[in-house]
Ligand binder design. Structure first.
Ligand SMILES: *[C@@H]1O[C@H](CO)[C@@H](O)[C@H](O)[C@H]1NC(C)=O
Ligand SMILES: *[C@@H]1O[C@H](CO)[C@@H](O)[C@H](O)[C@H]1NC(C)=O
Length: 371
């Protein structure tokens, strides 16, 4: 006979009992996941603290006159004593340029030309994926403007989180930040800064005479159905009925009022942050839906529903628009990209290949930064 223990029913049941947790530990590795990766809880917790702070400090003066907001200045500036907090006198509204990137900002020299002479009316903030090992351009507008970033990837809500982090940081940093322009590393300006500033500040609508956000908001796109169900059947209900689901450009300019609205939101975010089903990952573009849907639901008349950022979707591939190459860059192209069917001319364009920097710089003074 073998060892007396081998036959013991006590030992057998003990082994069985011990194997139960093992099954639970191994199962997720054996069964393929049904959904794409979710946002890590730790990232969510940190974001929530930042967003709460931004809402709390931005909530009080909801006046359309930024001069009033500047009067309520405190010393919570993200970037220390800089920016608008030191100024007690009445301040003109500023434009916060929010760069969302996962690579070097190769067009920084062009942006630097665009910003030159207007630093009193703007601030720059950069959110970079930590894996990108970004070398910030050693130019005055970008130096020290990088904010604490977290990992971003396509087909996940991490791009929304990054945009919200930029908005919250810019809200906290300078109460004079009144317009928030989200841009990527492949965006370029099409007009000089004063033209952008005029467009943003002169667009006033509604009975309260408020500035509007420039964000594309569409409701009849063929992709809408598949994208609504990307996270599963009926998971968006009841917060986001299908009829309220919108699509629009990932890059936009929001007013301060809307920036606060976005950073304050938890109701819609709880739906849009849900990971997409693996089998529907090709319909997973949450960042093209969250902002247009939220703004259209909460402030239907508050946006122009038009984007200032021109993008060429002809022959788009794998969700990427046409990327302009150096040989395509010309004065004619810039003038072409400016044209729009809306009330306003386009102010920015994407996407441009990094090699376009040289040709763009050549026509910067003579065409791009000239009206
Ligand atoms: C858009 O991209 C296509 C190529 O995909 C190109 O032929 C066309 O000229 C571009 N349009 C503009 C306005 O640049
Ligand atoms: C303007 O509208 C026309 C007709 O709908 C369309 O062909 C063209 O591409 C639009 N141009 C821009 C810049 O959106």
């Amino acid at each position: 006979m073998a060892s007396p223990y081998a036959a013991s029913p006590y030992v057998l049941s003990l082994l069985l009992l011990l194997s139960i947790p093992a099954v639970f530990l191994l199962a997720p590795r054996l069964i393929p996941p049904r959904t794409l990766p979710a946002i890590p809880d730790a990232d969510e917790t940190e974001d929530l603290a930042l967003f709460r702070r931004a809402v709390l400090l931005s909530a009080a003066p909801a006046s359309p006159k930024p001069a009033d907001t500047a009067a309520g200045a405190t010393t919570t500036s993200f970037f220390g004593a800089g920016s608008g907090f030191r100024k007690k006198r009445k301040q003109q509204p500023k434009v916060a340029f929010l760069f969302l990137t996962n690579s070097d900002l190769v067009f920084a020299p062009l942006w630097e030309k665009f910003f030159a002479g207007h630093h009193g009316l703007l601030n720059v903030y950069v959110h970079a994926d930590p894996a990108s090992a970004l070398t910030l351009p050693p130019t005055p507008s970008f130096r020290g403007r990088i904010i604490p970033g977290k990992a971003t990837q396509r087909a996940s809500a991490t791009l929304i989180s990054a945009a919200r982090r930029l908005l919250a940081t810019a809200l906290l940093d300078d109460p004079a930040n009144h317009f928030f322009a989200l841009l990527s590393q492949s965006c370029v300006p099409l007009h000089p800064f004063p033209a952008l500033y005029r467009t943003l500040t002169s667009d006033i609508a509604g009975p309260k005479g408020r500035h509007r956000s420039f964000i594309e908001i569409l409701d009849a796109e063929p992709t809408l159905h598949d994208r609504y169900y990307a996270r599963g059947d009926d998971v968006m209900l009841p917060e986001v009925p299908y009829d309220s689901f919108r699509v629009g450009s990932q890059f936009f300019v929001l007013t301060r009022r809307h920036a606060v609205m976005v950073v304050r939101d938890r109701r819609l975010w709880n739906k849009f942050k849900l990971p997409c089903l693996v089998k529907r990952k090709y319909s997973c573009y949450p960042e093209e839906h969250y902002f247009p849907t939220l703004l259209d639901m909460q402030d239907p008349g508050g946006s122009t529903k038009f984007t200032l950022t021109r993008v060429n979707w002809t022959d788009s591939f794998d969700g990427h628009p046409h990327t302009y190459q150096p040989e395509e860059v010309s004065g004619e192209l810039i003038r072409d990209l400016r044209k729009s069917n809306g009330t306003y001319s386009h102010m920015f364009a994407r996407k441009f290949a990094p090699e376009c920097l040289g040709p763009l710089m050549k026509i910067a003074d003579s065409i791009i930064l000239r009206d």
